[in-house]
Design a binder for this molecule. Structure first.
Ligand code: CP
Length: 289
């Protein structure tokens, strides 16, 4: 049964096939499958959880409710035993968001499809796919598009998933962040050097819950140095777009008034998320050439 754990091991043909299928769902095609799925979210989520639920609803899948606060996880049950239980009762796929990076390594031996809804600072493959769909729809290609990813690269599963997939598909990727947040990536601290030439400015959320940002920056200071300010947006080239996976710290990584400006594709990304997740659910439940 195919899993979707990371963008690192997904071939270009598989990525493009998922994007194509997502486009078919967007144009109203119905999914010819049935099955039972469970959304296991151990970390907070609005977009990923709700858009999986919407995708499942559109596909007519049976969705078993699961609330961490009312599960035997609270009695110390392991993630492995929780997922094995889903398998035993006949669930076909589980969507998991978990704070532990690569949590899925402990699930080897579970005969149920696993879709990663985000693992700590590791990967967020369905976010990456919806970002790729948005870029592809905008430019008609991924190859050669210049994407500048700005913010907390080291802690961002969105940045890591997108960096792998975009480079593999031939995009030109630049990283802008404070030196402390660059992780393994070669980066610059100067967004101003890139703002006039990039096709996509992809802002990342400052992750207050994963580290003490306030020790490094005030909100105003961060916005001024690394944020998409009104002044910077004016210098973006014709046709360039703004993306952000959300949730957004308005006024920190992006000026409040730019969130819904003409260049912004932030809510388009969220809309695309439903169709991408339909394609991923079909891929996981059925497999697809
Ligand atoms: N983009 C994203 O993963 O949002 P949520 O944390 O709300 O799911």
């Amino acid at each position: 049964m195919p899993n979707l754990l990371s963008m690192n091991n997904l071939e270009n043909d598989t990525i493009m096939s998922l994007l194509e299928r997502a486009g078919e769902f967007q144009r109203g095609e119905r999914a010819p499958i049935d099955g039972t799925v469970v959304n296991l979210f151990f970390e907070p989520s609005t977009r990923t959880k709700m858009s999986f639920e919407m995708a499942e609803h559109h596909m007519g899948l049976a969705v078993l409710p699961f609330e961490t606060a009312f599960s035997s996880i609270l009695k110390g049950e392991t993630l492995y035993d929780t997922v094995k239980t889903m398998e035993a009762i006949g669930v076909g796929a589980v969507i998991i968001r978990h704070e532990e990076e690569a949590y899925y390594q402990q699930l080897e031996g579970c005969n149920v499809a696993i879709i990663n809804g985000g693992d700590g600072s590791g990967q967020h493959p369905t976010q990456s796919l919806l970002d790729l769909m948005t870029i592809y729809q905008e430019f008609g290609r991924i190859k050669g598009v210049h994407v500048t990813i700005v913010g907390d690269i080291a802690h961002s599963r969105v940045a890591k998933s997108n960096a792998a997939a975009l480079k593999q598909l031939g995009a030109h990727v630049s990283f802008i962040c404070p030196e402390e947040w660059s992780g393994d990536y070669e980066s610059s601290e100067h967004l101003d050097d890139f703002i006039e030439t990039t096709d996509v400015v992809m802002m990342l959320r400052v992750q207050h819950e994963r580290h003490a940002v306030s020790a490094l920056f005030s909100k105003e200071n961060y916005h001024e140095q690394y944020g998409l300010t009104v002044e910077r947006e004016k210098r973006m080239k014709d046709g360039a777009i703004i993306m952000h996976p959300a949730p957004i710290n308005r006024g920190v990584e992006i000026a409040d008034c730019l969130v819904e400006c003409e260049r912004s594709r932030i809510f388009k990304q969220m809309a695309n998320g439903v169709f991408v997740r339909m394609a991923v659910l079909e891929y996981a439940l059925k497999g697809r050439d």
